[in-house]
Ligand binder design. Structure first.
Ligand SMILES: Nc1ncnc2c1ncn2[C@@H]1O[C@H](COP(=O)(O)OP(=O)(O)OP(=O)(O)O)[C@@H](O)[C@H]1O
Ligand code: SF4
Ligand SMILES: [Mg+2]
Length: 313
C-alpha cells in the first residue's frame, strides 16, 4: 500500500501476508506507526482516500476485495466484517440516541421490521452485560462512560453476526480497571459465537491473554508470525525479542527498564536493520518471511541461517 500526500508517495505496507481462519482470535502487534491500523482498515476497504493498494489480493472467502466497488464493501461491512475502534465517542454519532443507532444498523443488515429490530437491540445490550438495557437504549452517547460506550460498540459489532471483527486497540482509551472487563467480554462473545477476531494492539500483555496466533509488525511489514505461545516463549526475530525485553515484568528489581534505542526508521534491506545490533552484511537485502516450523515464520537472515544449520547438523 502506498500513501500519497504533498505531491510525494510513501510505502506504508509491504509484502503483507496475513490469514485469519474461521473463529480464530488473531493478534497484530507492533509499535506506533508500524501500520497496524492501515492493515486492519484495508481489509474492509476503509483505508484513507490518499492510500492505494497497488499490488496483491485481499481474499474474503475466495473473493478478492481489492478493487471491489464501494457497494459490495459497504454491504460486507457490518454484515460479515465488523469494526471496533479505539475511541468509542468518535465511533458513535453524538446527535442520535444509542437505541436509534443500534436499530439503524440492525435494520440495514438483518431485521427490516422496526419492532423486531428494537427487541434485538435490547437483547444485544443485555448480552454485553449492560444492567439496564432500556435506560441505555434511550440514552445519548455523552451520558455514558467510556466503558459503557465501548460495550455499545461491541453490541453493534455483533449485531449482524459477522464472521470477522477487526478490533483496533478496543481497550486502549479506557481506564485500566475497565480494560480487562471489556476485553474479556469481547473474547467471551467471540468464542461463544465462533466469530473470528483480528485484535490490533501495541500491548503484548493483551495479545498474550487473548490471541491464539500473533503477527508482529514493524515498519509496514510482518516480521514474525506464529502461535502466540511459541512466539512469546521463544521469539525468533530480534524485533520481537526487543519488544518482549521492554516489558516491565521482565526487568530485574531496581534495574533500568529496557527500551528500544532510536525511533523507527528504515534503510535499504531488512526493515529493522537501523536498530538491529545483530545486523551483518546480508541484511542489506530484504529477508523474506520464511517458515521456521509448523506455521511459524520470521523475516530475519540470522534466524534462517540458524534454522539451516539446525537442519544440517
Ligand atoms: N492518510 C495517510 N496518508 C499517508 N500516510 C499515512 C496516512 N495515515 C497514516 N499514514 C502513515 O502510515 C503509517 C502507519 O500508520 P498506522 O496508523 O497504521 O500505524 P499504527 O501501527 O496503527 O500506529 P498506532 O499504534 O499509533 O495506532 C505511519 O507511518 C503513518 O505515517
Ligand atoms: S535480517 Fe539482519 S538486520 Fe534484520 S533482524 Fe535479522 S539480523 Fe537484524
Ligand atoms: Mg493504529
Amino acid at each position: 500500500m502506498r500513501g500519497h500526500r504533498n505531491g510525494g508517495s510513501q510505502c506504508i505496507l509491504d509484502s503483507i501476508s496475513l490469514q485469519v481462519r474461521e473463529g480464530e482470535i488473531a493478534g497484530l502487534v507492533g509499535e506506533s506507526g508500524s501500520g497496524k491500523s492501515m492493515l486492519g482498515s484495508a481489509i474492509g476497504g476503509l483505508q484513507p482516500m490518499n492510500c492505494k493498494i497497488t499490488e496483491g489480493r485481499i481474499l474474503w472467502r475466495d473473493r478478492d476485495l481489492r478493487g471491489a466497488d464501494e457497494a459490495l464493501l459497504s454491504a460486507l461491512r457490518g454484515s460479515q466484517i465488523a469494526y471496533i475502534f479505539q475511541e468509542p465517542m468518535t465511533a458513535l454519532n453524538p446527535t442520535l440516541s444509542i437505541g436509534r443507532q443500534l436499530v439503524d444498523v440492525i435494520r440495514r443488515h438483518t431485521e427490516p421490521d422496526s419492532s423486531s429490530a428494537r427487541h434485538r437491540a435490547l437483547k444485544l445490550l443485555a448480552d454485553v452485560r449492560i444492567d439496564s438495557p432500556e435506560d441505555v437504549f434511550n440514552a445519548w452517547p455523552y451520558q455514558l462512560s467510556g466503558g459503557m460506550r465501548q460495550r455499545v460498540l461491541i453490541a453493534m459489532a455483533f449485531s449482524c453476526t459477522p464472521a470477522l471483527i477487526v478490533a483496533d486497540e478496543p481497550t486502549t482509551a479506557l481506564d485500566v480497571t475497565v480494560q480487562a472487563k471489556v476485553l474479556t467480554l469481547l473474547l467471551t462473545l467471540a468464542r461463544e459465537r465462533r466469530t473470528a477476531v483480528l485484535l490490533i494492539s501495541h500491548d503484548i500483555g493483551v495479545i498474550r491473554r487473548a490471541c491464539e496466533t500473533v503477527h508482529v509488525m514493524y515498519a509496514g511489514r510482518i516480521v514474525e508470525r506464529g502461535s502466540t505461545t511459541a512466539v512469546l516463549a521463544a521469539p525468533r526475530h530480534p524485533y520481537t525479542r526487543a519488544l518482549l525485553d521492554c516489558l516491565p515484568g521482565r526487568a530485574r528489581p531496581k534495574s533500568r527498564l529496557k527500551t528500544l534505542s532510536t525511533s523507527m526508521q528504515t534503510m535499504p534491506g531488512c526493515c529493522f536493520r537501523a536498530r538491529c545490533h545483530l545486523a551483518f552484511q546480508q541484511c542489506s537485502e530484504v529477508p523474506p518471511l520464511a517458515d521456521i516450523s509448523s506455521g511459524d515464520a520470521a523475516a530475519c537472515w540470522l534466524t534462517q541461517q540458524d534454522q539451516l544449520k539446525g537442519e544440517l547438523f
